[in-house]
Design a binder for this molecule. Sequence first.
Ligand code: 13P
Ligand code: SF4
Length: 335
Amino acid sequence: MTAELIDLTPYGGVEANAEWRDEVRALAKKRDAVLLAHNYQLPEIQDIADFTGDSLALSRIAAQSPASTIVFCGVHFMAETAKILSPEKTVLIPDERAGCSLADSITGAQLRAWKAEHPGAVVVSYVNTTAEVKAETDICCTSSNAVDVVASIPADREVLFLPDQFLGAHVKRETGRENMHIWAGECHVHAGINGPELAERAAANPDADLFIHPECGCATSALYLAGEGIVASDRVKILSTGDMVTQARATKAKSVLVATEIGMLHQLRKAAPGIEFNAVNDRASCRYMKMITPAALLRSLREGRDEVHVDAETARRARGAVQRMIEIGKPGGGE
Ligand code: 13P
Ligand code: SF4
C-alpha cells in the first residue's frame, strides 16, 4: 500500500458529538461488539473505545473478550492478529486501507529466503507484520515484551529479528546478544524522529523526562545523550506506548518530551494532567492510524465493515507464535 495514493479523508463529514457517541455505543451493544483503540488513534476514537492501549494489551484483550465481534480501531495487522487469536469472532476494522509501512517492509517470501540462509535460527517477528510473515515465525513480540521474548531463547540459538531495525538495535543492546540478525525495516513515522531533533529539544528542556519509543530513529541518540551526561540517565526511558502511560503516572518530572506518534499525547495528558507533555516531532502523525475517523467507525458499526479475514491455514500456522507473544512478559506468564 503506497501512502501517497491514499485519500486521507475517506469518510469525512461526521462530527464526534453526543449524537455520534450515542449511536456508536448503541450499535456496538446491538452487535455484541467490543471497541478497541490503539494509543495513536484520534482522541475521539480513543475516548469512545471500551479499551485503549498498546499492541500487546489490545491483543490480550482481543483474545479474552467474551464479545462476539471485535471492532479494531488501529491498523490492519492489529485486526489480523485479533482474528488469528479468535478465528470464531467477527473482526472489523473501520477502514481496511489502514496499513503500516513497517509491516510492508518484509514479505513472506523475503522471510523464507532469509530463513534459508540461517537454518536453525529462531525467528522473532514484531507484531507489526502480515499474517503471512507471522506464519513463518517462531515467536512474535511487541515493543513492550521484545526484550523478554529474545531473552527467553537459549543463548546458543541464532535469532532472526524483524522487521524493525531500531527496535532490533534496542533489544540487542539490552540482551547483549551477539548472535542476533536484524532486518533493516523501519516505520516511516518513527524513523523520522531523529537524533539531532531530540538533542535540540532536550537541550532546550533540561528538566524534562524523555519518553522514547524503541521504533524511533533517535533511540540510540537518547542513550548517547544519557551516556555523555548531557541528559541525566534516569530521565531517559525507552518505552512501549502502554509503558509510557504507566511511567507518566509514576514520574516526578513536571514536563516530558515524547518521541513517538503524536496520538500518544492524548492518553498521557489524561493519565497525568499536571505534567506538560510535548512531542519531540509534532509532525510525527501516522496517516494510517488517522484513517479511522468518526465517520469510518460509524459506517463500520452500521454496515459491518470492513470485515477482516485470515486464510484458515495461514492463521493456524501463525497462531502459536502470537500465543507465545501474549504469554511472555505477562504477570504470572512466561519470563
Ligand atoms: P506499541 O503500542 O506496542 O508500543 O506499538 C507502537 C506502534 O507503532 C504500533 O504501530
Ligand atoms: Fe505502522 Fe509506524 Fe503507523 Fe505504527 S506508526 S502503524 S509502525 S506506520
